[in-house]
Design a protein. Structure first.
Length: 379
């Protein structure tokens, strides 16, 4: 039985959902301590309260928004800069936790603090997320405008950490790898146990998942569809005609997802993968200036499982998508989406690769009291 630390971003629910699938597959064989921020912490701390899985809070990266579905790039950079200037303190606190836990392996899902602590503590560290496809993939075949967006995002992903002993990417698609990253392991989307047990049905309602804000045009198009639309992500609100605004509830959301006719959502990897696994066509609306989602939307269209809307969603466009749902559903290959087994095997292989001295033999910091870690100096 190994001691494993798993840290993750708290932005959105995809990171926590991916972690949940891994934890449920590993918890009988290993001791797990989770570090999460924001909504990931809220979700996982409630799920694992009074269990053998420990969940601890850690500061995290966040997106800033300046309108419905529009990422505020400068605001996001400002938030990342604030975290950067507090990094030494956060890493020092994380080192104390690692000294207590004495992990055999640290897994990080787009979270920058625990990887830096692991490097100082000489604990083996694995990157396991979706975003590193921007670094490892050969995206030269993408349209020029999309390739430029990916090129802008890749340095930010690389700056989080680049000293992992292994890189594992979870995604519903698998573009070719760059020559320098051919040892990257590519796995499908991670499915939590409830998704694996779900029995999909083709109902009449739509599921819409919209983070934080919704453009009036989007709500107008959904209302004009004439179908019941179960809207998640905007909180509980009074219904507007056939639009039902529901609070996030994992069981209710999954039940609605498994029984809907199709999904309208942003272009996050996790929900797209889960919907495809359940046989649900998607109309995705990538958040503006969210370069990761822009690439996700492109590959969804290439798969034939859905459409992407990059401007305003109109009633006509939504109606055309709904008419195309039977054809799109036939194109989905459910068996190719799930990556649970491959991911757990890839992670557990790292437990038997001697890479660094044990955590208990951590050397002292340099005489200056500083350590340069992946470009983020602990000072």
């Amino acid at each position: 039985m190994a001691n494993i630390v798993y840290s993750m971003s708290g932005e959105g629910r995809g990171h926590a959902t991916r972690a949940r699938a891994v934890v449920e597959a590993m918890r009988g064989r290993h001791r797990l301590t989770l570090f999460a921020s924001d909504c990931a912490y809220e979700m996982l701390s409630a799920l694992y309260d009074n269990t053998e899985v420990s969940v601890r809070r850690v500061p995290g990266l966040r997106f800033a928004y300046n309108g419905p579905g529009r990422v505020d790039l400068l605001g996001t950079i400002a938030l990342a800069t604030q975290l950067r200037f507090r990094m030494k303190r956060h890493v020092t606190e994380a080192l104390r936790e690692l000294d207590r836990i004495k992990p055999d392996l640290v897994i990080a899902d787009f979270e920058p603090i625990l990887p830096r602590a692991a490097r100082v503590a000489r604990v083996p560290f694995v990157s396991f997320d979706h975003q590193h496809y921007l670094v490892a993939s050969d995206l030269s075949h993408l349209p020029f405008w999309l390739r430029q967006q990916a090129n802008l995002a890749a340095p930010f992903v690389r700056s989080l950490y680049n000293w992992q002993q292994a890189t594992i990417v979870s995604s519903f698609y698998a573009p070719p790898l760059k020559r320098a990253y051919r040892d990257t392991t590519w796995v499908g989307t991670l499915m939590r146990p409830e998704v694996l047990r779900a029995q999909p049905e083709a109902g009449d309602h739509l599921v819409a998942y919209i983070r934080r804000h919704a453009a009036e045009s989007t709500l107008g198009a959904l209302a004009a569809s004439g179908r019941e639309v179960r809207v998640y992500g905007l909180g509980a609100q009074p219904s507007q005609g056939k639009l039902r605004f529901l609070p996030i509830d994992e069981r209710a959301f999954l039940a609605d997802l498994a029984s809907c006719t199709a999904v309208v959502t942003t272009a996050g990897n996790q929900l797209v993968g889960e919907a495809m696994y359940l046989g649900k066509p998607l109309l995705v609306m990538p958040e503006k200036l969210n370069f990761e989602q822009a690439v996700n939307a492109y590959f969804l269209e290439q798969s034939g499982a859905g459409w992407a809307e990059r401007t305003e969603l109109t009633p006509e466009r939504l109606a055309a998508f709904i008419d195309a749902v039977p054809m799109l559903r036939q194109r989905i290959r459910r068996e190719s989406v799930c990556g649970n087994r491959a991911a757990v095997e890839a992670l557990e292989r790292q437990l038997y690769i001697p890479a660094l001295p044990a955590a208990g033999s951590r050397p002292a910091l340099p005489p200056s009291g500083r350590a340069a870690v992946g470009g983020w100096r602990l000072a």
